[in-house]
Design a protein around this ligand. Structure first.
Ligand code: HEM
Length: 497
């Protein structure tokens, strides 16, 4: 009985100390229950091994417990935490190996129990409750990951479709908005009615006088497609979620996140209409061509990037619940290299985000159709008109003055390229980094360079629809890469007991 208790204690302590998942807890509880009646057949030698094993494990776990809570920023806490994790795992794994040797001489029941214990330990070294979003094993995880990944691709396509709607000047074609399904005009009579409403809009009066109903149908379908694609995305989420929840795959943590995305998606639809409305009203800005408020366009684009970020992060959490430096076998060199890169990649991601938002002002002001030269603007490094509206508008000069908006976007983009290059140069030879992290670091440089080249080409060609859309897709691709890189650099602070 004493031997049984020692072994049971070991397993319980290990599970609590290293990490716990819902699945693991169940496995451990079962294993513990099964462990109780077992070791009547054990020898004294094995009892000693078991006790030593339990005490080594408890020591490691105590060390781990005291260090694990200090987090990523505490000096070398992560290294020690992992060392402790490793120690715990090694102690228990070594013990398991010893036990396996002994068990070879013992009964079949003992061998089975050791196998269960090993599998419990392997699992506990892999995931923590804070990271576990899906339950039900590998198949469930794979299915949910595909579904969430599909959702990310859907949001990506929404952003590109939205850009195409704007670039084809279709965004102001629908003059009202409903939260639920909008019925498109189907009969000639319906089309005539809809077109009549559009004729009252500033866009028709200022830019599209004489447009035919056939031409109107094209811009209408573009905007309608964008809106419906967003609504169907809501269904894409709700239907499989109900199915996966009924199968018991979805944890409450995942359900909460999905609920937040759903609310953000609905809010994004409303922001979209708030943006379109600004283009249907008499203009606050005296543009030649009526367009939506650049502030509202930037808000809409930021909303899209926010939803995309949350969904991508969640998908990555499902696919990779444990980052390289959180895994049980992480070496100190890997942890240190990860920490060094982690420190610089976060501000870099912020810079990429700010550059993208400044791009929304370029798009919102139609600033890409002026100063179509590079690197000079109007023959100068800094355009003469840069501060033209400063006296009149103050800080709004930087958001409403075409020259300032475009110049700032260029400067931010080139600063991003320079910063990414510097980070790449500093870390490209860091062989201690995980291969996935290194691959993403190289991809970051390639996508940034590609995006800058695409931006310049778009500008030099006066923003044709294809290049403008490709540039927008490029911004989201760059964002995807930097997010994936950040995700692979997560530190051990997420390890919780
Ligand atoms: C890291 C580099 C860059 C990023 C992340 C970026 C991002 C963006 C984003 C998100 C937009 C808004 C797209 C839209 O809402 O349709 C945009 C627009 C634009 N960007 Fe960039 N950009 C970068 C580099 C550049 C460069 C180097 C140039 C040229 C010098 C440039 C020129 C433009 C132009 C002309 C637009 C307006 C396109 C339109 O009207 O649709 N970009 N950029």
């Amino acid at each position: 009985m004493a031997r049984a208790r020692a072994l049971a204690r070991l397993m319980t302590t290990t599970t609590r100390g290293v990490a716990t998942t819902t699945t693991t807890t169940t496995t451990t509880t079962t294993a513990r229950r099964r462990a109780m009646p077992m070791p009547m057949t054990m020898t004294m030698g094995r009892e000693t091994v078991t006790r030593a094993r339990a005490s080594a494990s408890r020591r490691a776990v105590r060390e781990f417990t005291s260090l694990g809570r200090r987090g990523w920023d505490a000096t070398s806490a992560n290294a020690t935490t992992n060392a402790a994790t490793n120690a715990a795992t090694n102690a228990t794994t070594n013990a398991a190996t010893n036990a396996a040797t002994n068990a070879a001489m013992a009964s079949a029941a003992t061998r089975a129990m050791v196998r269960r214990m090993r599998s419990t330990m392997a699992t506990t070294a892999q995931a923590t409750p804070s990271m576990t979003l899906v339950v039900g094993g590998e198949r469930a995880t794979r299915r949910v990951a595909w579904w969430l990944g599909g959702g990310c691709a859907w949001v990506f396509s929404m952003v590109v479709l939205g850009g195409m709607t704007r670039l084809t000047r279709s965004g102001l074609s629908m003059t009202d908005w409903k939260f639920e399904y909008e019925h498109p005009p189907l009969t000639d009579e319906d089309w005539a009615k809809e077109f009549e409403k559009y004729k009252q809009s500033p866009e028709y009066k200022k830019s599209n006088l004489g447009m035919t109903v056939e031409e109107y149908k094209f811009i209408y379908w573009m905007e309608y497609g964008h809106r419906m694609w967003g609504r169907v995305l809501g269904l894409y989420f709700v239907a499989p979620l109900a199915y996966f929840a009924s199968k018991g795959y979805v944890t409450s943590a995942l359900a909460k996140r999905l609920g937040v995305f759903f609310v953000l998606g609905a809010a994004q639809g409303m922001i979209g209409w708030w943006m379109v409305k600004s283009g249907l009203e008499e203009q606050e800005f005296s543009y030649d061509v009526p367009r939506v408020s650049p502030y509202r366009l930037a808000t809409h684009l930021t909303g899209a990037f926010t939803i995309y970020t949350g969904m991508l992060w969640t998908t990555l959490n499902v696919i990779y619940p444990v980052s390289p430096s959180q895994s049980a076998g992480a070496s100190k060199a890997l942890i240190d290299a990860t920490k060094r890169l982690h420190r610089v990649v976060h501000p870099l991601a912020g810079l990429i985000g700010v550059t993208a938002i400044s791009g929304a002002y370029v798009a919102g002001m139609d600033a890409g159709r002026a100063y179509n030269t590079f690197p000079l603007m109007g023959g100068r490094w800094i355009p003469e008109e840069y501060l033209d509206q400063w006296e009149q508008k103050g800080w709004r000069n930087f958001f409403e003055n075409t020259a300032a908006v475009q110049f700032d976007h260029r400067v931010l983009a080139l600063t991003t390229l320079a910063s990414v290059s510097a980070v790449w140069l500093g870390h490209r030879n860091s062989t201690a980094l995980h291969p996935r992290t290194r691959m993403l670091l190289h991809a970051l440089l390639a996508t940034t360079a590609g995006q800058v080249t695409l931006g310049v080409t778009t500008l030099l060609h006066h923003v044709p629809v294809e290049l403008g859309s490709a540039h927008q897709a490029g911004a989201l691709t760059l964002f995807t890469v930097v997010l994936a890189l950040m995700h692979s650099l997560r530190g051990p602070k997420r390890l919780r007991i």
